[in-house]
Design a binder for this molecule. Structure first.
Ligand code: PLP
Length: 352
């Protein structure tokens, strides 16, 4: 947005975008089956959703081994992140504030919102492999810790914590303090590589998971997400968001089709792997290191200031994003199509 404003203020002609690889969107669009469902649903788009939410919750519950009462839908998962911040650190909590335990260099939407309610953020440094340091985090749990926030795979590093470590952490910590795991990018792992955290929810652990249709399903614009959490907690959370009633009937009907379209999800995962490999190859050829990623974006250190890098890429039609960590500038590029990664590398080779 800043870049767009800057170009507009300077009166410069907006460069024609060749690749929009900044927001971790799905470059392949939505599945054909979801599109057909969406078009059909246009016929009922004058209506509020009625039974569609329950239908989708039943599908999710059956696949994840939980009850539909453990699932809450939302218009994208951001809404759930905000509701969680309000519930645990805002006026909904017994007293506002408290401490949220997390890692440095992670997704800061939930944390930013918690901070606005006066919460203190205890952010533990990453390991040298750019992973959450669960052992160090465990040692930091105190009576003031209100909640633990873990993003896995982590944004912006793309790293995951080992499954066994995460499961052990949840089992040990969640009886003392609620553990919130943001699994926005979990679908980029093959099903057998994913930690079976919904099973722990079913077993009664105080664990809260959020997922989104914005990534592998390509619903960033359609807006659909969901939480898997203890049954008695979800009606409480409903008080702080439109939650369940927010996704439109059209989005829900498309979501039901997309959720069952595993062929499409496999296609997007395979294409993502292919394009990511191509990006790795290009970076290696240029002598750049990168953080091996389990998601649809890759983080790598750059040799230029962040804003300059973004501007030069944008000026050449590539919209990407940057971050700074420990005074080192990084590019976090989303994985686009194979063609888009080629275009990114052409410009990168020219400017870097
Ligand atoms: N969580 C993480 C880690 C994300 O990266 C994002 C978006 O990029 C979200 C949550 C929110 O996404 P949405 O509101 O589209 O579900």
């Amino acid at each position: 947005q800043t870049l767009f404003n800057e170009f507009a203020q300077l009166g410069r002609e907006m460069p024609k975008l060749k690749a929009r690889i900044a927001f971790n969107e799905n470059p392949h669009g939505i599945s054909k089956k979801a599109k057909e469902a969406l078009i059909q649903a246009a016929e009922v788009s004058n209506r509020y959703a009625m039974f569609e939410g329950q239908e989708l919750k039943q599908l999710i519950a059956a696949k994840e081994g939980v009850k539909p009462e453990n699932v809450m839908l939302s218009a994208g998962s951001s809404e759930l992140l905000t509701a969680m911040a309000v519930y645990y650190t805002g006026s909904a909590a017994k007293s506002s504030g408290g401490t949220i335990l997390t890692s440095q260099f992670t997704y800061d939407d939930f944390l930013g919102c918690a901070k606005k309610f006066g919460a203190k953020i205890e952010a533990v440094p990453l390991t040298k492999e750019y992973r959450y340091d669960l052992a160090a985090m465990k040692a930091k749990v105190t009576a003031d810790t209100r909640l633990v926030y873990i993003c896995n795979p982590n944004n912006p590093t793309g790293t995951v914590v080992p499954v066994a470590d995460l499961v052990a952490f949840c089992k040990e910590v969640s009886p003392k303090v609620p553990v919130f795991i943001d699994e926005a990018y979990i679908d980029f792992l093959k099903p057998e590589e994913r930690p079976a955290l919904p099973k722990l929810v079913a077993e009664g652990y105080n664990l809260f998971l959020t997922r989104t249709f914005s990534k592998i399903h390509g619903f960033a614009g359609l807006r659909l997400g969901y939480a898997i959490a203890p049954e008695k907690f979800l009606p409480e959370l409903q008080n702080y968001s439109r939650g369940e009633w927010n996704p439109s009937v059209t989005t829900l009907k498309a979501g039901i089709a997309s959720y069952q379209d595993e062929e499409w999800q496999n296609f997007c995962r395979t294409e993502n792997d292919k394009a990511r490999e191509l990006l790795y190859k290009g970076l290696k050829e240029k002598g750049y290191e990168y953080v091996p990623s389990y998601a649809n974006f890759v983080l790598f250190p750059i040799r230029m200031k962040t804003k300059q890098f973004e501007k030069e890429m944008f000026g050449n039609g590539i919209l990407t994003s940057t971050r700074e960590y420990n005074a080192q500038p990084y590019c976090r590029v989303s994985v686009g199509t194979v063609d888009e990664m080629g275009m990114f590398m052409d410009v990168f080779k020219k400017i870097a």
